[in-house]
Design a protein around this ligand. Structure first.
Ligand code: CA2
Length: 167
C-alpha cells in the first residue's frame, strides 16, 4: 500500500459536513511502504495498513477523522502538506523516513503551513549510524517519539488528540 485514506470517500460524499473532514494527517516517508515485509528485526512486523487501522480506531473513538498518506517522493510529501493547510488539517504526525536526515524542503513546508506536528521514528535513531542521529524535523516539532516501535504512532496520536481537544 502506498497511500491510505480513512473515510475519505464517505467524507467527500457528505458535502458541507465539515465534522467528517480529516483533522489529523499521518505522513509516512520513503520506503515505509515496505513495513512488515522487509527488515522486521529493525522495524517489526506491522504493515502500514495495520498502523492505520490501529490509529483510525483510536481516533474514531475520540470522534476525530484521520487520514494516512505514504510517498517515496519528497515533492509529493510537500504537496500533501500544502494541501493539508487548505483542508484545515489541525495536526500532522510524520515519520519522514530517511528524509529526516536529508530534507530541508519538507520541514520548510511544515513550518510554512504552521500546522503543529509530531515526528515519529520506529527505531531508536540514536542507537544507529551517526548519520541518523540528526533530524531536520525535530527542532520545529511539537514533540518527537523515537525507538518505541509502532507504539510510537499511538503515543503521538494520543498527544495530538489531547492537543486538538484543548484547542
Ligand atoms: O526508525 C524510523 O522510523 C526511521 O524513520 C525509518 C527510516 C530510517 O531511514 C530512519 O533513519 C529511521 C527508514 C524507513 C525504511 O523503512 C523500511 C521498512 C521496512 C524495510 C525496509 C525499510
Amino acid at each position: 500500500m502506498s497511500k491510505t485514506t480513512s473515510n475519505k470517500s464517505k467524507a467527500g460524499s457528505r458535502a458541507g459536513d465539515s465534522a467528517r473532514r480529516a483533522r489529523i494527517l499521518v505522513l509516512h516517508g520513503p520506503n515505509l511502504n515496505l513495513l512488515g515485509r522487509r527488515e522486521p528485526e529493525v522495524y517489526g512486523y506491522a504493515t502500514l495498513a495495520d498502523i492505520h487501522a490501529i490509529m483510525e480506531a483510536r481516533a474514531r473513538a475520540a470522534g476525530v477523522q484521520i487520514e494516512s498518506f505514504q510517498s517515496n517522493s519528497e515533492g509529493e510529501l510537500i504537496d500533501r502538506i500544502q494541501a493539508a493547510a487548505a483542508e484545515g488539517i489541525e495536526f500532522i504526525i510524520i515519520n519522514p523516513g530517511a528524509y529526516s536526515h536529508t530534507s530541508i524542503a519538507i520541514p520548510d513546508a511544515l513550518r510554512g503551513v504552521a500546522i503543529p506536528y509530531i515526528e515519529v521514528h520506529i527505531s531508536n535513531i540514536f542507537a544507529r549510524e551517526t548519520f541518523r542521529h540528526h533530524s531536520h524535523f525535530s527542532a520545529s516539532a511539537a514533540g518527537v517519539v523515537c525507538g518505541l516501535g509502532v507504539q510510537g504512532y499511538e503515543l503521538a496520536l494520543d498527544a495530538a488528540l489531547l492537543r486538538i481537544s484543548q484547542a
